[in-house]
Design a protein around this ligand. Structure first.
Ligand SMILES: Cc1cc2ncn([C@H]3O[C@H](COP(=O)(O)O)[C@@H](O)[C@H]3O)c2cc1C
Ligand SMILES: O=C(O)c1cccnc1
Length: 357
């Protein structure tokens, strides 16, 4: 099977949400011993989970599995981040040793962390929980031309979908997409600008920390990258967009979302990098976004634009700006609580509580 055929097969496996289960969830929610709507957007989460699972109430989406997709970026050469490129590989080692923030948050949530090398610019020593699916030693510089070939993007998408399917096979009931890739907020800004049509100035942020002069330069690099790649353009398909200005981890995250949707398992999105991956997934198969929950809103300006474009409401806003899947993992207990309400809270009838007159 070619990578393009693999992607087409995953897309064909994505069904719409189960409307009957979602309707039953909304009706049940309204019979629980609380004023209607009192759980705010958690009620929408419970309804969405029922539509995703195709049952009411939906099973509690626990345990969660985090996949951290790691890759490097040719645009690093443009001086868009003060961090050396080697930090990507060094942080992969840190994830595997259990020493990163995502590990601490995952331990708190009872989630596993799997690291997937889709494009780190170094050979990494084999270790359990490191999945070697390297497609290239980093992308080419997107400010000069296409970051990768279409075939590489398709392979990364197919890889992400396979990882999602594997994690579900091993018992995950909720998937979380994380990222690691120095300079990937530059590629994220280019993707967000390409998909939402917003000016680079509005969607480019400080990433892992830059001063005002570097931010101005980063905006110009994003602008140059879009121009060099003929974007934005309605005519360019989403796979081609991620190939031109994205990263291998963005393409893998897009595939991971498609794979979660095909498996009817919810996927919690993290910050701007996962969000940019979701824009790619939406461009390939719009209904895949119905299987996504926005874990949080990151401080990176392109993330708010992304969530608005996708019609997703973030569960928390703690001004995080880290990535790795951290904001999504933090939101996982909230998603489980929304599901648990549907199993455990009494109805007005069962508890003998009078309804309002
Ligand atoms: C030590 C360290 C740990 C991280 N964990 C996630 N990121 C985050 O920062 C990077 C993107 O920011 P930029 O585009 O400015 O390079 C990504 O690797 C992202 O996952 C980190 C960054 C650093 C430095
Ligand atoms: O939104 C994110 O996930 C993010 C923001 C800044 C740096 N790294 C990641």
């Amino acid at each position: 099977m070619t990578p393009a055929e693999a992607v087409a097969r995953i897309v064909a496996a994505i069904d719409p949400l189960d409307e009957a289960a979602a309707r039953a969830a909304r009706e049940h929610q309204d019979r629980l011993t609380k004023p209607r709507g009192a759980l705010g957007s958690l009620e929408d989460v419970a309804v969405r989970l029922a539509g995703i699972a195709g049952t009411c109430p939906a099973p509690i989406p626990h345990p969660a599995a985090v996949a951290v997709f790691a890759a490097d970026h040719g645009v690093h050469a443009q001086g868009v981040t003060p961090w050396p490129q080697e930090v990507t590989a060094q942080m992969v080692a840190n994830f595997l040793a259990g020493g990163a923030v995502v590990n601490a948050f995952a331990n708190q949530a009872g989630a596993t962390v799997t690291v997937v090398d889709v494009g780190v610019a170094a050979d990494l020593p084999p270790t359990p929980r490191l999945v070697n699916r390297k497609i290239a030693y980093g992308t080419a510089d997107l400010s000069q031309g296409p970051a990768m070939t279409r075939e590489q993007a398709e392979r990364a998408i197919a890889t992400g979908a396979e990882i999602a399917a594997d994690l579900v096979r091993y018992g995950a009931r909720c998937l979380i997409a994380g990222d690691m890739g120095i300079a990937n907020t530059t590629a994220s800004a280019a993707l967000v600008s390409a998909f939402t049509g917003r000016d680079p100035e509005l969607v480019t942020g400080r990433g892992a920390g830059i001063d005002d002069a570097t931010l101005r330069h980063k905006i110009e690099v994003v602008r140059r990258g879009l121009e060099a790649n003929g974007l934005p353009s309605e005519e360019v398909p989403a796979i081609e967009v991620v190939a031109r200005v994205g990263g291998l981890e963005h393409a893998a995250i897009a595939g991971f979302i498609l794979g979660a949707a095909a498996a009817r398992v919810p996927v919690i999105l993290d910050g701007v990098i996962a969000g940019a991956g979701a824009l790619v997934a939406a461009g390939i198969a719009p209904r895949a976004i119905d299987y996504c929950l926005a874990g949080h809103r990151s401080a990176e300006p392109g993330h708010a634009a992304t969530l608005e474009h996708l019609g997703l409401r973030p569960l928390v806003d703690l001004e995080l700006r880290l990535g790795e899947g951290t904001g999504a993992v933090l939101a996982h207990p909230l998603v489980c609580a929304a599901a648990r309400v549907m199993h455990e809270v009494a109805t007005f009838d069962s508890a003998g509580v009078s309804e309002k007159e």
